[in-house]
Design a protein around this ligand. Structure first.
Ligand SMILES: [Mg+2]
Length: 456
């Protein structure tokens, strides 16, 4: 018999990250058992030892502890914090060990034999070790995790600890860093502005010899101008700082998940003819693998027709104030101006369309190549794109010669209904939730990088 717990768990699975939930559960035990709230210490006039203030009987007013029940901040707070910290560190060290064992088993081709896999069956690959103990100390210094008595280590604490550990581990070998666009580099649907604090950090990454790429869902087929518009602030800064062609060659934009690649460099402005920093379209034959070049347009359109039909049905069934937008390699629903669609409704569109397309491909028979697609909740819209960011990252890795342990993808959509999720199978990842957090991880990363001797 299916228990209600199981139904509940399955229905919520798309909102949870199993590894983070697992670590959170482990840290919750010492929090519940040991991080107890402090007994009250009230500043009141001295009374006879062990006595109450005149006129009180309950002891709720005035000093309540006797000589044998001292709870002085200096005497008790620090040992409690230290003991909490030790317990948390011990847990992080153990998880670190489990990840190492999982990596060893994966190298032998049997990741499913690891202890971590048995406990968290959906756990992804780890391309580097993760120094979780050291990362916990960094997080604790910022967010006082061990000193907290009322708020246990949270999902966000653990997400940030995993980010810090990943940054520490990958810094020495990093070659390619890819960024999602919306909510990672700039707010949803907006453009990269000149004042963004991320710009100097991106330039620092390029100066350290890294390849930097924006891998975004935004799809404007072959249209460099549209991407130049979205990234205008960034390109203007490159322009003003007169970055060399050699340095600019480290910057790429891959749009439509994996479909349209552009290289950055100096070019003649169409209107004035003067030299400006811009983007140049790279033809698919130059970088796309054969199986991608084999995707037939009629099959793509057939898949998008099925997706569109399901999206239209969702819009009408839930009475959403949204329009359906069809592009060459994508179809989506976009809210009408000023409308905010609830996350639950967006997730409903994603999950039902995912299901519909998988069924469609399953029943299409073996004669057709199953074209990869991704359906995702973009925060305030839902899109079905042909291809996905996993292919996007793999294409860049091959084109630029970067291995999975030398690649990191930074994004905000790492739940299973998000489009950054797929990259996990091919590179390391940093899960941020805002451009401010991207700034935070880059501020942790850049001091750890080494710069080539001829760096500009
Ligand atoms: Mg995003």
């Amino acid at each position: 018999m299916t228990s209600s717990y199981r139904i509940n768990y399955q229905l919520r699975a798309h909102k949870r990250d199993p590894l983070i939930e697992f670590i959170k559960g482990l840290l919750l035990t010492p929090f519940v058992l040991h991080a107890k709230p402090r007994k009250p210490v009230l500043n009141a006039p001295a009374t006879p030892a062990g006595g109450h203030l005149p006129g009180t009987t309950s002891g709720l007013v005035g000093p309540i502890q006797g000589d044998d029940d001292k709870n002085d901040y200096q005497e008790e707070e620090k040992p409690m914090v230290d003991a909490n910290l030790q317990r948390y560190l011990e847990i992080m060290k153990s998880v670190e060990g489990m990840i190492e064992e999982h990596r060893r088993k994966a190298l032998k081709g049997v990741p499913e034999h690891s202890r971590l896999h048995r406990i968290v069956p959906s756990v992804a690959s780890f391309f580097t070790p993760l120094p979780l103990e050291a990362a916990f100390l960094v997080a604790n210094a910022k967010h006082s995790i061990a000193a907290r008595r009322f708020v246990p280590p949270s999902f966000n604490d653990i997400r940030r600890i995993l980010n810090t550990a990943q940054v520490m581990a990958i810094a020495p070998t990093l070659n390619l860093i890819t960024f999602d666009g919306d909510m990672t580099l700039y707010d949803d649907g907006t453009s990269f502005t000149k004042s963004s604090p991320l710009i100097p950090l991106l330039i620092t990454l390029m100066r350290a010899g890294l390849h930097v790429a924006i891998v975004t869902a935004a799809g404007y087929p072959g249209d460099a101008g549209k991407y130049e518009e979205r990234l205008s602030g960034l390109l203007q800064c490159f322009n003003e700082q007169k970055l060399s062609e050699k340095l600019l060659e480290h910057f790429y934009v891959l749009g439509g998940e994996c479909n349209y690649l552009f290289r950055c460099g100096w070019k003649k402005a169409e209107t004035t003819g003067e030299s400006v920093v811009g983007l140049t379209y790279i033809h698919p034959e130059e970088y796309q693998p054969n199986d991608m070049l084999d995707w037939k347009n009629e099959e793509i359109q057939e898949l998008l027709d099925v997706a569109e039909e399901n999206l239209r049905r969702s819009v009408s069934a839930m009475n959403l104030k949204a329009t359906v937008l069809r592009k060459m390699r994508a179809v989506g629903i976009v809210p009408t101006d000023g409308v905010k669609i609830a996350r639950e409704q967006l997730d409903e569109c994603v999950l039902s369309t995912q299901q519909r397309l998988l069924e469609y491909q399953q029943f299409s028979g073996p004669s057709k190549v199953a074209i990869p697609f991704c359906v995702f909740n973009g925060g305030n819209d839902v899109f079905v794109d042909i291809g996905n960011k996993l292919i996007g990252v793999q294409v860049l890795q091959k084109y630029l010669g970067a291995a999975p342990d030398a690649t990191v993808h930074v994004g905000d959509q790492f739940l299973s209904t998000g489009n950054d999720f797929a990259t996990r199978s091919s590179c390391c990842t940093l899960w941020i939730i805002s451009p401010e957090e991207t700034e935070g991880v880059l501020n942790e990363l850049t001091p750890l990088l080494t710069f080539p001797a001829d760096s500009e």
